[in-house]
Structures are given as structure tokens and as C-alpha cells.
Design a protein around this ligand. Sequence first.
Ligand SMILES: CC(C)(COP(=O)(O)OP(=O)(O)OC[C@H]1O[C@@H](n2cnc3c(N)ncnc32)[C@H](O)[C@@H]1OP(=O)(O)O)[C@@H](O)C(=O)NCCC(=O)NCCS
Length: 151
Amino acid sequence: MIHHEIRKASTADASALSTLIQDAVRVSNSRDYNQAIIELICANFALDRVIEKMEQRDVFVAASDCVVVGTVSLGQGKLHSLFVAPEHQGGGIGRRSVEYLERHAVGKGLSELWLSSSITAKPFYTKLGYELVHFEERPDGSTFLMKKPLL
Ligand SMILES: CC(C)(COP(=O)(O)OP(=O)(O)OC[C@H]1O[C@@H](n2cnc3c(N)ncnc32)[C@H](O)[C@@H]1OP(=O)(O)O)[C@@H](O)C(=O)NCCC(=O)NCCS
């Protein structure tokens, strides 16, 4: 397993984050969403939008040898934007990023964590203890609203 650290993102990470997220969306989410939706999701993570989100949310990066390999965020009681670079998926970075964010949320006084899962990530979140609240059909990509109590 390659060692990586999870730390707060800085604006210096924004460009790498935008590239990583768009890459993960194009490679991994294309199985479950049509091309028009994939492009909508990618546009939502263009560089300026990533910088904007950094101002509104607590954004973290998983980095290995200074290379950003994953990201996750907390905003308004929800876990947002969990992405692992395609070539690093399946190595535990997603799990450790979620566990890190859960500890961060507890530190901020949250007693439960909510998220909107992609179709792609639903089995992953189920494995990590998240329960389905309801299915949300949205023009920019259908998601599953899920939550987990934090203790
Ligand atoms: C979903 C994602 C974040 C998971 O990250 P990852 O680093 O590949 O996941 P991990 O290696 O930490 O996997 C943790 C566990 O979940 C399981 N898992 C991961 N993806 C899975 C899937 N699609 N289906 C079933 N199980 C899955 C793993 O087998 C592992 O199980 P184990 O601990 O028993 O071995 C990553 O695949 C990704 O970026 N996907 C594309 C983007 C996306 O959909 N993000 C979520 C937006 S809401």
C-alpha cells in the first residue's frame, strides 16, 4: 500500500484537484451516467468552481509524495466531492478519506453525516455504514441521499 497523508487543501492544490476530479468522473462515473451528464459534472468541477467550493467548504486532499491522489469535503453537514484518482482506486484511500472526514465532522459537533452518493459509489458507502434515505432523480445526475450516525 502506498503511504499517503490527508491534509487541508490549499488554493495551490486547486488545479490538481480539478484535473483529478474530472479524470475520476470521466473514467469511473461514465459506466453509470450518460455523456451529457458527465460533462455537466465536469463543468461543476472546472478550476474556478473548485476554488469557489474551497471558500465555502472544508476541503481535504489525500496526497502521496506531494501528489494529490484523492479529495473529500465537508459543507453544511454533508460529505461532498469524494474522488480518488482512477489509478489509485481500490487501495483504501476512499475509506480512509471518509473516516478522516467523519472524525472532522465529530470535531465540529455533528452527530450524523449526510451525503448524496453517485450510482457508482453507492455500494462503497453502504460498506462504510451509510444508509439510504431516498433516491434523488436530478437533471445533473441522479444520486442517493444517504446518512450515517456518528459516535
Ligand atoms: C467511490 C470511490 C471514492 C472509492 O474510493 P476507493 O479508494 O476506490 O475505495 P477503497 O479502496 O477505500 O474501498 C473501500 C471498500 O469499499 C469497496 N468498494 C469500493 N468501491 C466499490 C464499488 N464500486 N462497489 C463495491 N465495493 C466497493 C472496496 O472493495 C473496499 O472494501 P474492503 O475494505 O472490504 O476491501 C472511488 O472509486 C471513486 O473516486 N469513484 C469515482 C467517483 C465517485 O463516484 N465518487 C463519489 C461521488 S459521491
